[in-house]
Design a protein around this ligand. Structure first.
Ligand code: ASP
Length: 618
């Protein structure tokens, strides 16, 4: 078979564009053969490009040459078709295809390129073997679903860009080859040839640069920036990922909130979702823990309720519950009546999950069978109903699963230096059970409207986290985050680190952290104090961040900002379950690019140039 040249032939239409109104026109389309059906004198080719698919008919009687070529064509061949658009006859229209009312009767067919039989067909849904998809990523990306994801990603990014530019932000690029940025992950390092033994670090974020841009008077900066973090990967993590990164001078937290809410609105609109104009819910970290047991609450479910007051000292004694520790409960809606066996299995699953930490399941259904405990069961129902009323205006019924968790006497108040461990443990159970019964309650099912998306701001995070291994207080965020002004003046920063609050905030959507940011330290004395309080000597601080401390001495304005994960936002909007569905060339969970096969060893010459030697670790 000889292939044709493109010559001067030009497309007049894309494959997804033709409609009945084009009937009678002579057009030219180009693309891939999606499917081919051979009926002897009639051959049908479905021709596909990014915009859609058009059915092309090759009639031996109309054009024997083109028909002969179509006999040779196979799926994924690249073709150009010139022909006349014709309305399909009654009964032959395909309402599932946007171009389903028409077909193109080919006058000329060019075979621009052939194709081996692909390991999987881009005309089909995704195959289960993700490794094959990633190895032949170009074929995987040809699939309609992937093309849609990337078209949406592009629209979303552009909407955000336009919004921020309109709000007075300048887009400024910052270097990839730089030095370590303290975001808490391991760095990817780049060896310097010119300076043997010296390394650049790829940025974990543009953090220091964006702050320096504020010192430099740019007032408002943003960047859709690539970040690199060498950490263990999960479905929603990649070694390199993209952040919508921004910083502004003279902000309050609310300034940042309004900007982010604004660009999320346009981003969601670009994906077909109208979010409405109300500001997002705000909640302090302590409230989030008390009500949801987690710092990224999923508000698509009812919150936890504190039942401590319902469990009087007397009741606690009879039911063998710790006299002082909290009793927490929650509802999983619409689970329905559980059979005896299902109930037993659930109980042992919950108890098994708790192990011997001291927490136990209180069976409210059983309480009801004993007259002495009926008032307690009713009081618990009452509290759960109050929360249901707040949640969706209904009340707690027997159709909902009530979960009440009690600490046995002697349960530790602190676990791993964490006073909030009981709330967190019960919060985790709430999420696990919500996942388990997702089909029943349907609260995670996407309806394609704003109701699917529960945003909130979490504020007042703790400034420090206790590191038991090193017996140190570590910064819970990067060390440029400002403590609350009150906690500086009250002396807590020095005397009571565990209670210091940070001017840090997270934006959360449906239980996923979309981004975090903070008001920064803009004074050198406070910054030096924070480094010191993190156990960094003045010399060490100077060695690592001297340039930054210097910059703080030359008139640094108050400033703050945030960064949101673009990949995650697009993943949620696409209804995908992995970031790999919205990153064109992602890495596997083992940080491998299967298509280009990276990382690889390098030649001895390259190593020598870089003054490096590879040794095997025993
Ligand atoms: N640099 C931070 C991060 O990557 C975000 C910020 O504080 O603006 O999480």
């Amino acid at each position: 078979m000889t292939l044709d040249f493109l010559g001067n032939l030009q497309r007049t239409h894309k494959c997804g564009e033709l409609r009945s109104t084009n009937s009678g026109e002579t057009i030219t389309i180009m693309g891939w053969v999606n499917r081919r059906r051979d009926h002897g004198n009639l051959i049908f080719l479905d021709v596909r490009d990014r915009t859609g698919i058009t059915q092309v008919v090759l009639d031996k009687e109309v054009s024997p040459v083109a028909h002969a070529k179509a006999e040779a064509a196979r799926p994924e061949y690249v073709v150009a078709v010139t022909g006349r658009v014709r309305e399909r006859g009654d009964g032959l229209k395909n309402p599932k295809m946007e171009t389903g009312d028409i077909e193109v009767v080919a006058e000329e067919l060019l075979l621009l390129n052939d194709a081996k039989t692909p390991p999987f067909s881009p005309a089909e849904d995704a195959i289960a073997n993700e490794e094959v998809r990633l190895k032949y990523r170009y074929l995987d990306l040809r699939r309609t679903e992937m093309q849609k994801n990337f078209a949406m990603r592009s629209r979303v990014a552009m909407a955000i860009r336009n919004y921020l530019v309109d709000e007075g932000f300048l887009e400024i690029e910052t270097p990839f080859m730089t030095r370590s940025t303290p975001e808490g992950a391991r760095d990817y390092l780049v060896p310097s040839r010119v300076h043997p033994g010296h390394f650049y670090a790829l940025p974990q974020s543009p953090q220091i640069f964006k702050q320096i841009l504020m010192v430099a008077g740019f007032d408002r900066y943003f960047q859709i920036a690539r970040c690199f973090r060498d950490e263990d990967l999960r479905a929603d993590r990649q070694p390199e990922f993209t952040q919508i990164d921004l910083e502004t001078t003279f902000p309050q937290q609310e300034t940042i909130f309004r900007i982010v809410e604004g660009f999320l609105r346009v981003a969601f609109k670009a994906a077909g979702i109208e979010l409405g104009t109300e500001s997002f819910v705000q909640m302090t970290y302590d409230e989030a823990i008390a009500k949801y047991g987690i710092d990224k609450p999923d508000m698509r479910l009812p919150a936890m309720v504190d039942l401590s007051a319902q469990l009087t000292a007397e009741l606690r004694e009879t039911l063998k519950i710790d006299p002082a520790l909290p009793v927490l409960g929650f509802t999983i809606p619409r689970v329905g009546e559980l059979s005896g066996t299902a109930r037993k299995a659930l109980l042992s699953e919950i108890r098994g999950g708790f192990g011997d930490c001291g927490l136990d399941f209180l069976d409210v259904a059983r309480l009801r069978t004993n007259a002495a405990f009926v008032p307690l069961a009713e009081a618990i129902d009452g509290k759960l109903s109050m929360e249901m009323a707040i949640f969706d205006g209904t009340s707690h019924t027997g159709n909902d699963l009530a979960v009440v968790i009690t600490p046995k006497p002697g349960t530790p108040e602190m676990w791993n230096y964490d006073r909030q461990w009981i709330w967190k443990r019960v919060g985790q159970l709430r999420l696990d059970l919500a996942k388990k019964y997702a089909d029943k309650h349907g609260l995670f099912t996407q309806t394609g409207t704003a109701a699917d998306f529960k945003f909130l701001w979490v504020t007042d995070f703790p400034m420090y986290e206790w590191n038991e291994e090193h017996k140190t207080w570590d910064a819970a965020h990067h060390p440029f985050t400002s403590p609350h002004e009150d906690d500086i003046t009250s002396g807590r920063l020095v005397n009571d680190k565990g209670t210091v609050r940070a001017l840090a905030y997270d934006i959360v959507l449906n239980g996923t952290e979309l981004g975090s940011g903070s008001i920064r330290i803009h004074r050198k004395d406070v910054q030096a104090e924070i480094f010191r309080s993190l156990g960094m000597s003045d010399e060490e601080a100077h060695e690592r961040f001297g340039f930054f401390l210097d910059a703080l001495e030359y008139g640094t304005p108050p400033h703050g900002g945030i960064a949101l994960g673009l990949d995650r936002i697009v993943m949620i909007l696409a209804g995908a379950t992995s970031l790999r569905e919205v990153i064109a060339f992602p890495k596997t969970a083992k940080a491998i690019d299967l298509m280009v096969d990276a990382p690889t060893p390098v030649s001895d010459i390259q190593l020598r140039d870089l003054s490096l030697r590879v040794t095997k670790r025993s």
